[in-house]
Design a protein around this ligand. Sequence first.
Ligand code: SF4
Ligand code: SF4
Length: 391
Amino acid sequence: MSCSIKKDYNIKLQSKIDDYLTPDYVFIPYNSNVKLKVNNNDYIYKNMHILDYEDKKIFSSVSGKFVGTKKMMVENGKILNCLVIENDFKEKLQRRSGVKKDINAYSVDKVLEIINNYGIYEEKNNVSEILKKHIGEEVLIINTIESEPYIASELFLTSKYIYEILETLDAIMQIFHFKKCMFIIKNNANEIITKSIDYIGTFPNIDLKLVEDIYPIDNYAILKNYLKLKKGCVLKSSTIYEIYLALKRSLSATEKLITISGDGIKNPKVVNAKIGSSIKNIINDLIKIKDEDNLIFIANGLLSGNEIDINSLIVTPLLNGIIIKKKEKIMSTECIKCGQCYFNCPVKINPVLLLNNKKTDISKCLHCGLCSYICPAHINLNKYLEKSEKE
Ligand code: SF4
Ligand code: SF4
């Protein structure tokens, strides 16, 4: 079971994307075991491979000087060491590679090698491994959805780069022998539906598929279930855009679309920011706050996100949005045994058992936050799920 989330229609994103592409400094997180590929005071080129973080290759989003390290916060609330690069605003590349005309002519091995070289991941999954696993399958499913209310970074990215995404999809289908492609869009995303219809006609193997705006349909297992598909390779449209940059332009992604929204601000919007920028600076420069003293900040969405201190928060590839919300005093009461948490849970976990100190298997929990959100007694069931996971 998934469910549709009531939205506050006063919170409306402006249709234009704002840029935040000239931060004074960018912060690139790394873990303690990492071997840096650069030294203090080195000149750093934009797109230079500067370190490996959790097996991923990390590239610089600006050119400038490596001026030291600083502890900053990432989207899940962890404080990590970050390499600090002082931007010289020259966007200087080590080498210019031009634009590859015919990406359809690449072999499977070459595409996998390029994807690996550019460190393209979806969450913790290496995209070259995902493609290798699904080669020759019937369907490639492209997900443009974020089902969290008020977050629309994926949708705006798809709209901004629709042609580049479709062109790359066409090549991937041919190279990896997928028979058809489902391009998934929410049925209320009118602007992008119209735009996709305009372009998609040129790509006969790519079909537009509209789905309901229910939560958490962006989860791949839930999405496949909804589409009644047992098999199929699912990738985000933003991943396809990263593959486009790597295959066609020999570049890594240096920018990230972030939605900044919520009832605590006057101008909800999507911002195209340099990866590694300070969120505090973005908010100071671009966002009109309603009441500074009375706000909470939630990274990556109301239902599944974490309340976070934005003072040292940075833009990472895994940060999709910040909800800035008026603080509310909501008191929880006793469980009224309504069963809504169990009924609405997409993987049929019963969190009430945890409330009553009973054990239940939560290994399939998606951490979607729906049970807490739906609970009429305002019980923070997430807290019980986290506690049980730690035990
Ligand atoms: S138990 Fe887990 S999967 Fe089920 S609604 Fe709660 S957070 Fe989501
Ligand atoms: S939704 Fe809340 S009140 Fe209802 S059964 Fe679950 S925990 Fe109890």
